[in-house]
Design a protein around this ligand. Structure first.
Ligand code: ATP
Length: 442
């Protein structure tokens, strides 16, 4: 069944995943908040990215730079002059559009009027002022991407980490863009998080690092649960941004069409050369083996944390009819992989009377590092459905027999099958299951 974005958005709000920012004031367009389950999901995805990109790789290190940087950074990077989208207004209904997103150029997407303004360039950077005195304060930008902080810090990090080329620097952080038309839930927001990695290489290196990273990034998506047929790897060919020599988008089939989730770019030596020039700082690297000095080239992988979280939600969302056509019994399930599920294990006593030993078991699993919840309210069937809806892969039911045989029933979210597992081996069993869920789904 095709995913209905309205229903998914409603579920996200109802179950505390994602909702509008400043909701009690009527919201603010392009800004979103993550509630208790949403933040767990997004954190788990970010941590998994960090593990894959930084922790498992001896050649990549992390950083966390400030959002506001020296204003000249954005001159050097080309953002101050060139980070624009084409904007057009309807003179009749006053709606505003990104010119390249209109279905028919020159025709209003709201009222159909052809009375449109000329296309103008609109800079997407959001500005603020820094400093306490009006006279001496400086205009600064909220970064539109995290990448520049990595280029600016390249030398310092290379020296302090003593890494030799090729090596990468990764960062997760907020970015801000004054998008003309934020839309499709969190897909295009004005405040969002990016997970970026810049891999610095010797331009004479014969290894095809671009293709290697593209292949690795494909693996990341399948480990998050995306089937390959829902992904598209689109080479930009000759259509390239000012900084890029080669570019590829990883696209996902959202309910509103194929859209970019991640970009992989060969940025050449563009950024380091620009910063060398604007800051008057030498950005060259000395290669001890070949005794050569050069400005490294860069392969970048850039993915939106919110955008990939939305893709995960779309892929996981399903509504099944367990009844008949005449008497439908609809079950809403979020089929997250166990390693990213906001709640991995729900421990449910069959009856209130069994709360004490059941809660002790939940605390024990929690201490073992699983994301757990204990829930005693309502009939057991209703509780299962509640946990299906937030994507909990394992419900552990503690019943009267558990007191006798020291075993519990584990119900699987996806198949709804149940197995009996001894309490003594439960934690080990869950660990294996969750570990398995990290394998690619093909
Ligand atoms: P688009 O063409 O969709 O505006 P872009 O090509 O400008 O995106 P990049 O500058 O390459 O995007 O940014 C890298 C990643 O950051 C994107 O693949 C996306 O996941 C994320 N991203 C960019 N803009 C937004 C936004 N407005 N809201 C949410 N995520 C975004």
């Amino acid at each position: 069944m095709a995913v209905d974005m309205k229903e998914l958005t409603a579920l996200c709000k109802r179950r505390g995943f994602i909702f509008q920012s400043s909701e009690i004031y009527g919201g603010i367009n392009g800004f979103w908040d993550y509630g208790p389950y949403g933040v767990e999901l997004k954190n788990a995805i970010k941590q998994f990215w960090w593990r894959e990109i930084v922790h498992t790789r001896p050649d990549v290190v992390g950083q966390d730079a400030s959002i506001i940087m020296h204003p000249t950074v954005w001159k050097a990077s080309g953002h101050e002059d060139g980070f624009t989208d084409p904007m057009v207004d309807c003179r009749d209904c006053k709606s505003r559009f990104r010119a390249d997103q209109l279905e028919e150029p020159g025709k209003c997407g709201s009222c159909g009027s052809r009375n449109m303004t000329e296309v103008r360039k609109f800079n997407l950077m959001l500005s603020t002022s820094v400093g306490a005195n009006a006279e001496s304060s400086t205009t600064a930008y909220l970064r539109p991407e995290t990448a520049q902080a990595i280029f600016v810090n390249f030398k310092t990090i290379q020296k302090t980490s003593r890494k030799k080329l090729p090596f990468g620097i990764a960062q997760i952080g907020k970015a801000f863009r004054n998008e003309i038309t934020p839309r499709n839930f969190t897909f295009r927001s004005r405040e969002f998080e990016q997970m970026e990695m810049q891999y610095f290489i010797d331009p004479e290196d014969k290894v095809d690092h671009f293709s290697n990273w593209a292949e690795l990034r494909k693996g990341f998506f399948t480990k998050l649960g995306f089937p390959l047929e829902k992904l598209r790897f689109k080479d930009h060919g000759q259509e390239l941004a000012h900084y890029a020599k080669r570019a590829m988008d990883i696209e996902f089939e959202f309910p509103f069409g194929w859209q970019e989730v991640e970009g992989i770019h060969d940025r050449g030596d563009f950024d380091l050369t620009q910063h060398a020039q604007f800051a008057g700082e030498n950005m060259e690297y000395f290669d001890e083996d070949s005794k050569r000095k050069f400005v490294p080239h860069v392969v970048e992988t850039s993915i939106g944390a919110d955008r990939v979280t939305l893709a995960v939600l779309c892929e996981a969302y399903s509504v099944e009819n367990l009844g008949t056509e005449a008497e439908p019994d609809l079950r809403t399930v979020l089929r997250f992989k166990a390693h990213i599920a906001p709640v991995q294990v729900a421990v449910l006593p069959l009856m209130k009377k069994l709360s004490e030993p059941a809660e002790a078991l939940e605390r024990e699993l929690n201490a073992q590092g699983f994301r757990t919840e204990f829930d005693v309210t309502g009939q057991i069937g209703k509780r299962y459905r509640r946990y299906d809806e937030i994507g909990t892969p394992y419900c552990v039911t503690f019943d009267f027999e558990s007191l006798e045989d020291q075993a519990v029933t584990v119900r699987f979210r996806d198949s709804m099958e149940q197995v009996r597992i001894p309490i003594s081996g439960l934690s080990e069993w869950l660990r294996k299951e969750i570990h398995q869920s990290m394998l690619p789904s093909l």
